[in-house]
Structures are given as structure tokens and as C-alpha cells.
Write a protein that binds this ligand. Structure first.
Ligand code: NAD
Length: 295
């Protein structure tokens, strides 16, 4: 069994990006600049945005954190997005989700300039992804694809079963695994909460991508020997012995499933760190594509 070590691979990717930034700097070019918009005080969102901003600083990007109170109106947020769209210094930006209930998430995502949409959530970018055109791929599925690529996991002709159909993980990874790309050409089954007899699918799967957010959902008796397992789930489970009062648990019963798996991601240290690395990668791509457009 091989551990798909997202921490190690994400560090490699960050080193590669840092080297490119260094070269940009030595050529006198502007370095990539990522902005993150955070509305409100949600604890998990604060942690996520904080780690994205810190990651930018570590690899030499410029970063801007736009922190807005949870009383911000939809119009105020849309005006901020218009500012970021028009700001030539910002190469890419993200609006951290979830947004407060009084703001229409779809309206906000539609307002982001697709050329600066480094989260890849704009319908124009999502459509391009489905049509295998150049785009920004959402960071989590992009990270999963990169992890499979760097470990040379064979996907062609394999049966991949995705659990969960969210717009940010399940749906896009199901599309990516079926593309004609090198890491692709899989026969994909997208399962969800209304799927009948999920076990019948997981037992037949060569590759399982689990993205539902239910701790220890995928058990050893639900998978076959040699399966490749990618655990996207992140659930905070209260734990008094932990420093923060909780620990992070994935969707997969790692201890037992790993005994049958050929490759498996740990939680933490699997998909999570890859997500941040690929957001940085998308920001670098935004910078490079922006420069190419101006040239
Ligand atoms: P979500 O929470 O929006 O939706 C969950 C999905 O799981 C739904 O499509 C639902 O149909 C499906 N589902 C629920 N119960 C099911 C069941 N019993 N059987 C089959 N399917 C079922 O999904 P999300 O936003 O993709 O998040 C999923 C998990 O991934 C969460 O734990 C989240 O924290 C985590 N996540 C991790 C990263 C990362 O970087 N590692 C990124 C995004 C999300």
C-alpha cells in the first residue's frame, strides 16, 4: 500500500511555484497577486483564508485579505468584486464560501471576472472544464488529479466511483476523471445521497473519491482489494485531548481500508494541502495568462 502523500507533493508544487516567482522577480516582472474576500467571522473560513494568505507569502506572491463584516449587503459585496475585477494589480481572487444567508451566492460567483476566477467556480470556467478547454479547475479536484498524476496512478479504463455531487468537489472530479486527459479516461459513476445500494458501486470500484463529509463512512467491507482511495472529507470532531479541542476526521475508516488499498490518502495530510497548492498554481496561471494577453 502506498500513501498518497499530499503534504509532500504540495510542498514540491509550492517549491516549483516559488522558483518561478523568483525568476519573475529577477526578470523585473510583477509577481502574482492573490486577493481573498472574507465576509463574516465563520471560524473554519477564517482558518482557511488565513492559511491561503500565509501560503502566498511563503512562496513570494503578493496577497490581499479583504475582510468585510457579516452585515455587508449584497450590493456592497458586488461593488467590492467590481473593484477587484478592475484592479490591474490583482491577478486572481477568491470569495470564501459560505456567504451569510442574506447574500445570493450564485449572483456573487457570476460577478467574478472569469479571467480572475482562480477558484474556477464561474459557470464559464466550469463549462470550459467540461469541454476540456483551457480554464481554471477548482482547486480541490485539481489537487486530486495532480496527486494521481504524480504517483502515476493508472486511471484509464478503470471504474472510478465518486461519492458526493457538490459543485466544488464531487461533480467536477467526476467530469475530470472522464476526460481524455492522461489522468482521465476512467468510467465514472457519480453517487450521492439518493443512490440506491451504494455498496454495490463501491465494491466494484477501482478508484473511490469520497467527498461527502461523514466521518468513517467508507468501511473495509465496502471496497475490493487493490482499490485506490482518495478521502476528501474534513469533519471537525470534538476531542478534549487535542490542543484545539477537536480533531480532523476523513470519510474513510483509514485503519482498515488501508489494509486493502493499493493507494490511499491520509486525513489530514492528503487532499487538504493539495487544495491550497493548486489555488496558488491557478494564481500563477492567472498571472501568466494575463501577461500573455497583454503581450
Ligand atoms: P457537500 O457537503 O456540499 O455535499 C455532500 C455530498 O455528499 C452531497 O452531494 C450528498 O448528496 C452526498 N451525500 C451525503 N450523504 C450521503 C450518503 N449517505 N451517501 C452518498 N452520498 C451522500 O460536499 P462538499 O462541499 O464537497 O464537502 C464534502 C466533504 O469534503 C466535507 O467534509 C468538506 O469539509 C470536505 N472538503 C474538503 C476539501 C479539501 O480541501 N480537502 C475541500 C472541499 C470540501
Amino acid at each position: 500500500m502506498v500513501i498518497l502523500d499530499g503534504k509532500k507533493i504540495s510542498n514540491q508544487i509550492k517549491d516549483e511555484i516559488a522558483a518561478e516567482v523568483k525568476e519573475m522577480k529577477s526578470n523585473g516582472e510583477k509577481v502574482p497577486h492573490l486577493a481573498a474576500v472574507l465576509v463574516g467571522e465563520d471560524g473554519a473560513s477564517l482558518t482557511y483564508v488565513g492559511s491561503k494568505v500565509r501560503a502566498c507569502e511563503r512562496i513570494g506572491f503578493e496577497s490581499t485579505l479583504v475582510k468585510l463584516p457579516d452585515t455587508t449587503t449584497e450590493d456592497e459585496l458586488l461593488a467590492k468584486i467590481a473593484d477587484l475585477n478592475a484592479d490591474d494589480d490583482i491577478d486572481g481572487f477568491i470569495v470564501q464560501l459560505p456567504l451569510p444567508k442574506h447574500i445570493d451566492e450564485q449572483k456573487v460567483l457570476l460577478a467574478v471576472d472569469p479571467d480572475k476566477d482562480v477558484d474556477g467556480f464561474h459557470p464559464a470556467n466550469f463549462g470550459k472544464m467540461a469541454l476540456e478547454m483551457q480554464t481554471f479547475i477548482p482547486a480541490t479536484p485539481f489537487g486530486i488529479m495532480e496527486l494521481l498524476k504524480r504517483y502515476e496512478v493508472e486511471t484509464s479504463g478503470k471504474h472510478a466511483v465518486v461519492i458526493g455531487r457538490s459543485h466544488i468537489v464531487g461533480r467536477p472530479i467526476s467530469i475530470l476523471l472522464s476526460t481524455k486527459d492522461k489522468v482521465g479516461n476512467a468510467t465514472v459513476t457519480l453517487t450521492h445521497s439518493r443512490t440506491k445500494d451504494l455498496e454495490a458501486f463501491t465494491k466494484d470500484a477501482d478508484i473511490i473519491i469520497s467527498a461527502l463529509g461523514v466521518p468513517n463512512f467508507l468501511k473495509a467491507d465496502m471496497v475490493k482489494d487493490g482499490v485506490v482511495v482518495v478521502d476528501v472529507g474534513i469533519t471537525r470532531v470534538p476531542d478534549e485531548t487535542a490542543k484545539r479541542g477537536y480533531r480532523i476526521v476523513g470519510d474513510v475508516d483509514f485503519e482498515n481500508v488501508s489494509k486493502k488499498a493499493s493507494y490511499i490518502t491520509p486525513v489530514p495530510g492528503g487532499v487538504g494541502p493539495m487544495t491550497i497548492a493548486m489555488l496558488l498554481k491557478n494564481t500563477l496561471l492567472a498571472r501568466q495568462r494575463g501577461m500573455a494577453k497583454k503581450a
